[in-house]
Design a protein around this ligand. Structure first.
Ligand code: CUA
Length: 325
């Protein structure tokens, strides 16, 4: 009994621990963006029409059963009229109408030009985020200004992923060797979660990201803060040294240092990120230290090996990273 309990606790702990609880929202039927609004209108129309047809079919079934039980004779030629009108003409009219409506509606999803372009590259299992004009690099988070048309250029480094923020827009695949364009426009500020919507391997479910929509003034402030490069203080140099000595810089980049790896997420502003491991855990000192010490316990299968660091070194490395706001 005891063994079973401890086994269960050991087995479940990383699972319980790993689910990030970040205050965010997202649902395709509570749109906060222009594209999501258009898509949700299509959804409501389809739900309404299909509910109406289902009710009609049920009603006809009940009437049919009742007439049969009462032994009412069929009207002559009635079957053919029924099949042609309700089986052919009605579905044709409804489906053609819906098709035309959808073609017109989806055409409205693409704005004439972009106010901002962001490059997003899917990796197993995280998202690289780059603002080419602003020279900002991040991961698993897109900060955008409200009321602006955002073009997301989607790429993939390995397999097919799919970029989806339910409250803001539809899904677009990130396909290796192709550049797909995805459009977003947030109408109000907020933090909206997004997810990979195409099965892409072991940690597909933990390939989440966040879109933080800020008012244009706050967005400007965010850009200026991100552009400022930060030189590590003397107190942080032990952490930076650990970062370089442990080989972290082989995979990760930190702007303003010699760390220029591009296998893993850019860590220039890791301290300000909402989550670790693409929405796997909340970003705080404890979780970051646990992640560095044994990332495979938190997100099995990810590409980061564990770092065998003595406690003081783990502390200075974690403190240094958390200070990179
Ligand atoms: Cu990436 Cu599923």
């Amino acid at each position: 009994m005891k063994e079973t309990c401890s086994f269960l606790i050991i087995f479940l702990l990383p699972v319980i621990y790993a689910e990030a609880q970040i205050h965010s929202e997202s649902s395709a039927i509570t749109p906060a963006g222009y594209q999501a609004q258009v898509i949700s209108e299509i959804w409501w129309w389809m739900l309404g029409i299909s509910s109406f047809i289902s009710a009609l079919v049920l009603l006809l079934l009940i009437v049919g059963l009742k007439l049969r039980r009462e032994g009412t004779p069929r009207p002559p030629g009635g079957d053919l009229w029924f099949i042609v009108s309700l089986g052919l003409v009605l579905p044709f009219v409804i489906l053609t109408g819906l098709l035309l409506y959808m073609l017109i509606a989806t055409n409205k999803l693409i704005p004439p030009n972009a106010d901002l372009t962001i490059n997003v590259t899917g990796h197993m299992w995280w998202w690289d985020v780059e603002y080419p004009a602003e020279k900002i690099r991040s991961a698993n988070e897109l900060y955008i200004p409200t009321g602006k048309d955002i073009r997301v250029e989607l790429r993939s480094r390995d397999v097919i992923h799919s970029f989806w923020v339910p409250s803001l827009s539809g899904k677009t695949d990130a396909i290796p060797g192709l550049v797909n364009t995805h459009w977003l426009r947030a109408e109000r500020p907020g933090t909206f979660w997004g997810a990979c919507a195409e099965y892409c391997g072991l940690q597909h479910a933990r390939m989440m990201f966040y879109v933080v929509a800020l008012s244009p003034e706050n967005y400007e402030r965010w850009v200026n803060e991100r552009k400022r490069s930060k030189v590590p203080t003397a107190a942080q140099s032990a952490g930076l040294n650990a970062f370089m000595d442990e080989g972290c810089s082989e995979c990760h980049a930190i702007k303003g240092t010699n760390a220029q790896g591009d296998v893993g997420p850019d860590l220039t502003h890791i301290g300000s990120r909402l989550s670790l491991g693409s929405g796997t855990a909340v970003n705080n000192y404890g979780n970051l230290a646990a992640w560095i010490a044994n990332p495979q316990a938190i997100k099995p299968g990810n590409k980061m090996p564990r770092a065998y660091l003595p406690p003081e070194q783990l502390h200075s490395l974690t403190s240094f990273l958390m200070a990179l706001k």
